[in-house]
Design a protein around this ligand. Structure first.
Ligand code: SF4
Ligand code: SF4
Length: 379
Protein backbone atom coordinates (compact mmCIF):
# COMPACT_ATOMS: atom_id res chain seq x y z
CA UNK A 1 0.00 0.00 0.00
CA UNK A 2 1.19 3.50 -0.73
CA UNK A 3 0.76 6.19 1.91
CA UNK A 4 0.24 9.93 2.03
CA UNK A 5 2.32 11.84 4.54
CA UNK A 6 -0.29 13.83 6.47
CA UNK A 7 1.70 15.96 8.90
CA UNK A 8 3.81 12.93 9.81
CA UNK A 9 0.92 10.43 9.90
CA UNK A 10 0.90 7.69 7.24
CA UNK A 11 -2.53 7.62 5.62
CA UNK A 12 -3.28 4.88 3.07
CA UNK A 13 -3.96 6.22 -0.42
CA UNK A 14 -6.88 3.82 -0.78
CA UNK A 15 -9.69 4.23 1.74
CA UNK A 16 -12.66 1.95 2.40
CA UNK A 17 -15.89 3.93 1.94
CA UNK A 18 -18.61 2.41 4.13
CA UNK A 19 -21.71 3.68 2.33
CA UNK A 20 -22.44 0.74 0.03
CA UNK A 21 -21.85 -2.23 2.28
CA UNK A 22 -23.27 -5.66 1.48
CA UNK A 23 -26.74 -6.04 3.02
CA UNK A 24 -29.19 -8.87 3.59
CA UNK A 25 -32.44 -9.00 1.57
CA UNK A 26 -31.90 -5.53 0.09
CA UNK A 27 -32.52 -4.00 3.53
CA UNK A 28 -30.10 -1.06 3.87
CA UNK A 29 -30.15 -1.40 7.67
CA UNK A 30 -29.34 -5.12 7.61
CA UNK A 31 -25.61 -4.82 7.00
CA UNK A 32 -24.05 -8.24 6.46
CA UNK A 33 -21.63 -8.12 9.40
CA UNK A 34 -19.66 -11.26 8.54
CA UNK A 35 -18.99 -10.15 4.97
CA UNK A 36 -18.04 -6.63 6.02
CA UNK A 37 -15.74 -7.88 8.76
CA UNK A 38 -14.00 -10.19 6.29
CA UNK A 39 -13.51 -7.32 3.85
CA UNK A 40 -12.41 -4.97 6.63
CA UNK A 41 -9.77 -7.38 7.91
CA UNK A 42 -8.48 -8.03 4.40
CA UNK A 43 -8.24 -4.27 3.89
CA UNK A 44 -6.45 -3.77 7.19
CA UNK A 45 -4.02 -6.62 6.60
CA UNK A 46 -3.21 -5.15 3.21
CA UNK A 47 -2.38 -1.73 4.56
CA UNK A 48 -5.64 0.24 4.33
CA UNK A 49 -5.89 2.42 7.43
CA UNK A 50 -8.62 4.92 6.47
CA UNK A 51 -12.30 4.00 6.88
CA UNK A 52 -14.95 6.51 5.92
CA UNK A 53 -18.44 6.39 7.37
CA UNK A 54 -21.18 8.96 8.05
CA UNK A 55 -24.14 9.37 10.40
CA UNK A 56 -26.85 8.37 7.88
CA UNK A 57 -25.04 5.59 5.98
CA UNK A 58 -27.10 2.41 6.20
CA UNK A 59 -29.42 4.21 8.63
CA UNK A 60 -26.70 4.32 11.28
CA UNK A 61 -25.55 0.74 10.77
CA UNK A 62 -22.41 1.74 8.88
CA UNK A 63 -21.00 3.45 11.99
CA UNK A 64 -22.36 0.70 14.25
CA UNK A 65 -20.80 -2.05 12.14
CA UNK A 66 -17.47 -0.25 12.04
CA UNK A 67 -17.50 0.18 15.83
CA UNK A 68 -18.31 -3.49 16.37
CA UNK A 69 -15.54 -4.66 14.02
CA UNK A 70 -12.98 -2.39 15.68
CA UNK A 71 -13.94 -3.64 19.14
CA UNK A 72 -14.14 -7.33 18.22
CA UNK A 73 -10.73 -7.18 16.58
CA UNK A 74 -9.02 -4.79 19.04
CA UNK A 75 -8.32 -2.32 16.25
CA UNK A 76 -9.36 0.97 17.82
CA UNK A 77 -6.39 3.35 17.51
CA UNK A 78 -4.78 1.18 14.83
CA UNK A 79 -6.80 2.72 11.99
CA UNK A 80 -8.22 6.12 11.09
CA UNK A 81 -11.95 6.49 11.52
CA UNK A 82 -13.58 9.18 9.44
CA UNK A 83 -17.19 10.19 9.89
CA UNK A 84 -19.36 13.24 9.39
CA UNK A 85 -21.70 15.71 11.00
CA UNK A 86 -24.87 15.09 8.96
CA UNK A 87 -25.65 18.64 7.89
CA UNK A 88 -28.59 17.61 5.69
CA UNK A 89 -30.27 16.10 8.73
CA UNK A 90 -30.42 19.45 10.57
CA UNK A 91 -34.01 20.54 10.44
CA UNK A 92 -34.13 23.31 13.05
CA UNK A 93 -31.91 25.67 15.09
CA UNK A 94 -32.68 23.45 18.12
CA UNK A 95 -30.43 20.79 16.67
CA UNK A 96 -27.58 19.83 19.00
CA UNK A 97 -24.40 18.85 17.11
CA UNK A 98 -22.86 17.50 20.31
CA UNK A 99 -25.76 15.08 20.74
CA UNK A 100 -25.18 13.75 17.24
CA UNK A 101 -21.45 13.44 17.91
CA UNK A 102 -22.08 11.56 21.18
CA UNK A 103 -24.32 9.16 19.35
CA UNK A 104 -21.59 8.64 16.74
CA UNK A 105 -18.94 8.02 19.41
CA UNK A 106 -21.24 5.50 21.04
CA UNK A 107 -21.93 3.72 17.73
CA UNK A 108 -18.22 3.68 16.95
CA UNK A 109 -17.40 2.54 20.51
CA UNK A 110 -14.53 4.99 20.90
CA UNK A 111 -13.84 8.33 22.55
CA UNK A 112 -12.51 10.23 19.55
CA UNK A 113 -12.86 10.54 15.79
CA UNK A 114 -9.75 10.82 13.66
CA UNK A 115 -11.17 12.67 10.67
CA UNK A 116 -14.43 14.57 11.20
CA UNK A 117 -16.15 16.18 8.24
CA UNK A 118 -19.01 18.57 7.78
CA UNK A 119 -21.07 16.38 5.45
CA UNK A 120 -21.74 17.28 1.81
CA UNK A 121 -21.60 21.07 2.13
CA UNK A 122 -23.52 22.88 -0.56
CA UNK A 123 -25.71 25.97 -0.78
CA UNK A 124 -25.63 27.97 2.45
CA UNK A 125 -25.14 25.04 4.84
CA UNK A 126 -21.77 26.26 6.10
CA UNK A 127 -23.15 29.73 6.81
CA UNK A 128 -26.13 28.13 8.59
CA UNK A 129 -23.82 26.04 10.78
CA UNK A 130 -21.75 29.11 11.66
CA UNK A 131 -24.75 31.29 12.36
CA UNK A 132 -26.84 28.89 14.44
CA UNK A 133 -24.32 26.62 16.13
CA UNK A 134 -21.14 28.71 16.41
CA UNK A 135 -19.66 25.73 14.63
CA UNK A 136 -16.12 27.08 14.28
CA UNK A 137 -15.64 27.40 18.05
CA UNK A 138 -17.49 24.13 18.62
CA UNK A 139 -15.06 22.30 16.33
CA UNK A 140 -11.99 24.10 17.67
CA UNK A 141 -12.91 23.20 21.27
CA UNK A 142 -13.43 19.54 20.44
CA UNK A 143 -10.15 19.46 18.59
CA UNK A 144 -8.35 21.01 21.57
CA UNK A 145 -9.91 18.29 23.78
CA UNK A 146 -8.69 15.57 21.37
CA UNK A 147 -12.23 14.37 20.61
CA UNK A 148 -11.91 15.37 16.96
CA UNK A 149 -8.36 14.92 15.71
CA UNK A 150 -8.63 16.44 12.23
CA UNK A 151 -11.29 18.73 10.77
CA UNK A 152 -12.55 18.79 7.22
CA UNK A 153 -15.62 18.89 5.02
CA UNK A 154 -17.05 16.99 2.10
CA UNK A 155 -18.36 19.09 -0.69
CA UNK A 156 -20.92 19.26 -3.51
CA UNK A 157 -21.11 22.73 -5.02
CA UNK A 158 -19.26 25.12 -7.32
CA UNK A 159 -15.57 25.92 -7.36
CA UNK A 160 -16.33 29.45 -6.12
CA UNK A 161 -18.22 28.09 -3.11
CA UNK A 162 -15.38 25.68 -2.42
CA UNK A 163 -12.88 28.56 -2.26
CA UNK A 164 -15.26 30.53 -0.02
CA UNK A 165 -15.55 27.68 2.50
CA UNK A 166 -11.82 26.90 2.46
CA UNK A 167 -11.01 30.56 3.12
CA UNK A 168 -13.58 30.95 5.87
CA UNK A 169 -11.99 28.68 8.47
CA UNK A 170 -8.28 28.42 9.29
CA UNK A 171 -8.70 25.03 10.98
CA UNK A 172 -9.52 23.01 7.87
CA UNK A 173 -6.94 20.29 7.48
CA UNK A 174 -8.50 18.33 4.61
CA UNK A 175 -11.56 18.22 2.40
CA UNK A 176 -13.34 15.66 0.26
CA UNK A 177 -14.61 16.18 -3.27
CA UNK A 178 -16.29 14.19 -6.01
CA UNK A 179 -13.68 13.57 -8.68
CA UNK A 180 -13.06 11.14 -11.52
CA UNK A 181 -11.96 11.42 -15.14
CA UNK A 182 -15.45 12.37 -16.23
CA UNK A 183 -16.00 14.92 -13.43
CA UNK A 184 -12.59 16.57 -13.38
CA UNK A 185 -14.13 19.94 -14.18
CA UNK A 186 -17.33 19.37 -12.20
CA UNK A 187 -18.01 21.06 -8.82
CA UNK A 188 -14.62 21.81 -7.17
CA UNK A 189 -12.79 19.88 -9.89
CA UNK A 190 -9.21 20.47 -11.05
CA UNK A 191 -9.39 24.13 -10.05
CA UNK A 192 -10.48 23.21 -6.52
CA UNK A 193 -7.67 20.68 -6.26
CA UNK A 194 -5.12 23.29 -7.33
CA UNK A 195 -6.54 25.86 -4.90
CA UNK A 196 -6.53 23.47 -1.95
CA UNK A 197 -2.96 22.49 -2.79
CA UNK A 198 -1.91 26.12 -2.81
CA UNK A 199 -3.27 26.35 0.75
CA UNK A 200 -1.58 23.10 1.85
CA UNK A 201 -4.92 21.28 2.26
CA UNK A 202 -5.00 17.72 0.85
CA UNK A 203 -8.22 16.40 -0.64
CA UNK A 204 -9.90 13.02 -0.49
CA UNK A 205 -11.65 11.70 -3.55
CA UNK A 206 -15.24 10.47 -3.53
CA UNK A 207 -16.66 8.56 -6.48
CA UNK A 208 -13.39 7.77 -8.32
CA UNK A 209 -15.41 5.41 -10.54
CA UNK A 210 -18.47 7.67 -10.51
CA UNK A 211 -20.49 5.35 -8.30
CA UNK A 212 -19.49 2.37 -10.47
CA UNK A 213 -20.53 4.03 -13.73
CA UNK A 214 -16.98 3.95 -15.11
CA UNK A 215 -16.69 0.17 -14.69
CA UNK A 216 -18.61 -0.62 -17.94
CA UNK A 217 -18.92 -4.39 -17.61
CA UNK A 218 -19.90 -4.70 -21.25
CA UNK A 219 -19.27 -1.62 -23.35
CA UNK A 220 -17.85 -2.59 -26.73
CA UNK A 221 -16.86 0.96 -27.73
CA UNK A 222 -14.80 1.42 -24.56
CA UNK A 223 -13.04 -1.89 -25.15
CA UNK A 224 -12.28 -0.80 -28.72
CA UNK A 225 -10.67 2.40 -27.47
CA UNK A 226 -8.54 0.54 -24.94
CA UNK A 227 -7.45 -1.98 -27.58
CA UNK A 228 -6.43 0.83 -29.92
CA UNK A 229 -4.06 2.09 -27.20
CA UNK A 230 -2.75 -1.35 -26.24
CA UNK A 231 -4.70 -1.39 -22.95
CA UNK A 232 -6.97 -4.38 -23.54
CA UNK A 233 -5.68 -6.04 -20.37
CA UNK A 234 -6.26 -3.00 -18.19
CA UNK A 235 -9.61 -3.11 -16.39
CA UNK A 236 -11.92 -0.13 -16.47
CA UNK A 237 -11.60 0.20 -12.70
CA UNK A 238 -7.82 0.35 -13.06
CA UNK A 239 -8.08 3.04 -15.69
CA UNK A 240 -10.39 5.13 -13.50
CA UNK A 241 -8.31 4.74 -10.33
CA UNK A 242 -4.99 5.31 -12.09
CA UNK A 243 -6.26 8.67 -13.32
CA UNK A 244 -7.05 9.80 -9.78
CA UNK A 245 -3.97 8.35 -8.07
CA UNK A 246 -1.87 10.20 -10.64
CA UNK A 247 -2.93 13.66 -9.40
CA UNK A 248 -0.75 15.26 -6.71
CA UNK A 249 -2.79 16.86 -3.96
CA UNK A 250 -5.09 13.94 -3.30
CA UNK A 251 -4.64 12.12 -0.01
CA UNK A 252 -7.14 9.22 0.14
CA UNK A 253 -9.05 7.80 -2.80
CA UNK A 254 -12.25 6.39 -1.32
CA UNK A 255 -13.96 3.41 -2.80
CA UNK A 256 -17.38 2.22 -1.61
CA UNK A 257 -16.51 -1.45 -2.01
CA UNK A 258 -19.22 -4.03 -1.42
CA UNK A 259 -17.61 -7.31 -2.29
CA UNK A 260 -14.31 -9.02 -1.68
CA UNK A 261 -13.33 -9.33 -5.35
CA UNK A 262 -13.62 -5.55 -5.67
CA UNK A 263 -11.54 -5.04 -2.54
CA UNK A 264 -8.80 -7.32 -3.87
CA UNK A 265 -8.74 -5.66 -7.28
CA UNK A 266 -8.69 -2.15 -5.81
CA UNK A 267 -5.84 -2.98 -3.45
CA UNK A 268 -3.82 -4.38 -6.36
CA UNK A 269 -4.46 -1.18 -8.30
CA UNK A 270 -3.56 1.02 -5.33
CA UNK A 271 -0.27 -0.84 -4.95
CA UNK A 272 0.57 -0.12 -8.58
CA UNK A 273 -0.20 3.56 -9.02
CA UNK A 274 0.90 6.79 -7.41
CA UNK A 275 1.39 10.43 -8.36
CA UNK A 276 2.57 10.89 -11.95
CA UNK A 277 2.30 7.22 -12.95
CA UNK A 278 -0.40 7.48 -15.62
CA UNK A 279 0.97 6.27 -18.98
CA UNK A 280 0.54 8.43 -22.11
CA UNK A 281 -1.50 5.57 -23.63
CA UNK A 282 -3.90 5.53 -20.66
CA UNK A 283 -4.14 9.30 -20.78
CA UNK A 284 -5.07 9.21 -24.48
CA UNK A 285 -7.57 6.37 -23.96
CA UNK A 286 -9.24 8.28 -21.12
CA UNK A 287 -9.60 11.33 -23.36
CA UNK A 288 -11.38 9.23 -25.96
CA UNK A 289 -13.60 7.43 -23.46
CA UNK A 290 -14.50 10.76 -21.93
CA UNK A 291 -15.50 12.05 -25.36
CA UNK A 292 -17.61 8.96 -25.98
CA UNK A 293 -19.39 9.27 -22.63
CA UNK A 294 -19.93 12.97 -22.86
CA UNK A 295 -21.73 12.35 -26.10
CA UNK A 296 -24.03 9.60 -24.84
CA UNK A 297 -27.18 10.29 -22.90
CA UNK A 298 -26.95 9.39 -19.22
CA UNK A 299 -28.46 10.49 -15.87
CA UNK A 300 -25.45 11.41 -13.65
CA UNK A 301 -26.84 9.83 -10.45
CA UNK A 302 -24.12 8.59 -8.08
CA UNK A 303 -26.45 6.30 -6.09
CA UNK A 304 -25.89 8.19 -2.81
CA UNK A 305 -29.60 7.72 -1.91
CA UNK A 306 -30.01 11.11 -0.19
CA UNK A 307 -33.20 11.56 -2.21
CA UNK A 308 -35.05 8.48 -1.00
CA UNK A 309 -35.41 9.12 2.75
CA UNK A 310 -38.08 11.81 2.42
CA UNK A 311 -40.00 10.54 -0.61
CA UNK A 312 -43.65 10.25 0.50
CA UNK A 313 -44.29 7.65 -2.22
CA UNK A 314 -41.17 5.59 -1.41
CA UNK A 315 -40.00 5.64 -4.99
CA UNK A 316 -36.63 3.99 -5.48
CA UNK A 317 -35.20 6.91 -7.45
CA UNK A 318 -31.55 5.80 -7.78
CA UNK A 319 -32.68 2.33 -8.83
CA UNK A 320 -34.88 3.83 -11.54
CA UNK A 321 -31.99 5.99 -12.79
CA UNK A 322 -29.51 3.20 -12.71
CA UNK A 323 -31.82 0.90 -14.69
CA UNK A 324 -32.48 3.66 -17.20
CA UNK A 325 -28.76 4.35 -17.61
CA UNK A 326 -28.01 0.71 -18.20
CA UNK A 327 -30.77 0.47 -20.79
CA UNK A 328 -29.80 3.73 -22.46
CA UNK A 329 -26.14 2.86 -22.65
CA UNK A 330 -26.86 -0.25 -24.71
CA UNK A 331 -29.95 1.16 -26.37
CA UNK A 332 -31.76 -1.93 -25.12
CA UNK A 333 -34.64 -1.25 -22.68
CA UNK A 334 -35.98 -4.79 -23.14
CA UNK A 335 -32.88 -6.21 -21.47
CA UNK A 336 -33.70 -4.23 -18.33
CA UNK A 337 -37.44 -4.90 -18.34
CA UNK A 338 -37.42 -7.40 -15.47
CA UNK A 339 -35.33 -5.12 -13.25
CA UNK A 340 -37.56 -2.19 -14.13
CA UNK A 341 -40.78 -4.03 -13.31
CA UNK A 342 -39.35 -5.15 -9.98
CA UNK A 343 -37.79 -1.88 -8.78
CA UNK A 344 -40.02 0.72 -10.42
CA UNK A 345 -43.54 -0.65 -9.99
CA UNK A 346 -44.66 2.55 -8.20
CA UNK A 347 -42.72 5.10 -10.27
CA UNK A 348 -46.00 6.47 -11.70
CA UNK A 349 -47.08 7.43 -8.16
CA UNK A 350 -44.69 10.42 -8.10
CA UNK A 351 -46.64 13.50 -6.97
CA UNK A 352 -43.87 15.90 -8.05
CA UNK A 353 -43.47 17.31 -4.55
CA UNK A 354 -39.80 18.09 -5.23
CA UNK A 355 -38.45 16.84 -1.88
CA UNK A 356 -35.99 14.52 -3.60
CA UNK A 357 -34.67 17.27 -5.83
CA UNK A 358 -33.80 19.49 -2.84
CA UNK A 359 -31.85 16.64 -1.25
CA UNK A 360 -29.88 15.70 -4.37
CA UNK A 361 -26.21 16.80 -4.22
CA UNK A 362 -26.03 16.41 -8.01
CA UNK A 363 -28.89 18.91 -8.43
CA UNK A 364 -30.79 16.51 -10.68
CA UNK A 365 -34.30 17.50 -11.78
CA UNK A 366 -35.66 14.25 -10.44
CA UNK A 367 -39.42 14.47 -11.13
CA UNK A 368 -38.74 15.39 -14.77
CA UNK A 369 -36.14 12.68 -15.10
CA UNK A 370 -38.52 10.09 -13.67
CA UNK A 371 -40.97 10.96 -16.44
CA UNK A 372 -38.21 10.50 -18.99
CA UNK A 373 -37.38 7.10 -17.48
CA UNK A 374 -41.01 6.02 -17.78
CA UNK A 375 -41.28 7.17 -21.37
CA UNK A 376 -38.13 5.33 -22.37
CA UNK A 377 -38.72 2.14 -20.41
CA UNK A 378 -42.47 1.84 -21.02
CA UNK A 379 -42.28 2.94 -24.65
S1 SF4 B 1 -41.03 14.38 -6.45
FE1 SF4 B 1 -41.76 12.29 -6.67
S2 SF4 B 1 -39.98 11.02 -6.39
FE2 SF4 B 1 -39.49 13.04 -5.59
S3 SF4 B 1 -39.95 12.90 -3.39
FE3 SF4 B 1 -41.76 13.71 -4.41
S4 SF4 B 1 -42.99 11.88 -4.85
FE4 SF4 B 1 -40.93 11.17 -4.39
S1 SF4 C 1 -30.91 11.15 -7.59
FE1 SF4 C 1 -29.42 12.47 -6.56
S2 SF4 C 1 -29.76 12.15 -4.37
FE2 SF4 C 1 -30.77 10.48 -5.45
S3 SF4 C 1 -29.27 8.83 -5.46
FE3 SF4 C 1 -29.04 9.96 -7.38
S4 SF4 C 1 -27.44 11.48 -6.98
FE4 SF4 C 1 -28.13 10.73 -4.97
Amino acid sequence: MKYFDFHGEKISRLGFGLMRLPVINDDQSAVDYDKVEEMFLYAYENGINYFDSAFPYHNGFSEKTLGKILTNNHLHDKVNVATKLFTLGIKSPDFDPRKMLDEQLSRLQQDHIDFYLMHGLHGDQWEYLCEHFDIKNYLKDLKAQGVLRHLGFSFHDTYEKFVEIIDDFDEWEFAQIQYNYLDHEYQAGDKGLAYARSKGIPLNVMEPCKGGSLIFPNYPEVEEIKKKHGLENVSNAELAFSYVFDKPGFMVVLSGMNEMSQMKENIEIANKYDNNTLSPEADAAIDEIRYLLEHSENIPCTGCRYCTAGCPMQIQIPNAFSIYNEAQKFKNPAAQKRNYDRACANIADCIECGQCQNACPQHLEIPQLLKKVREYMEG
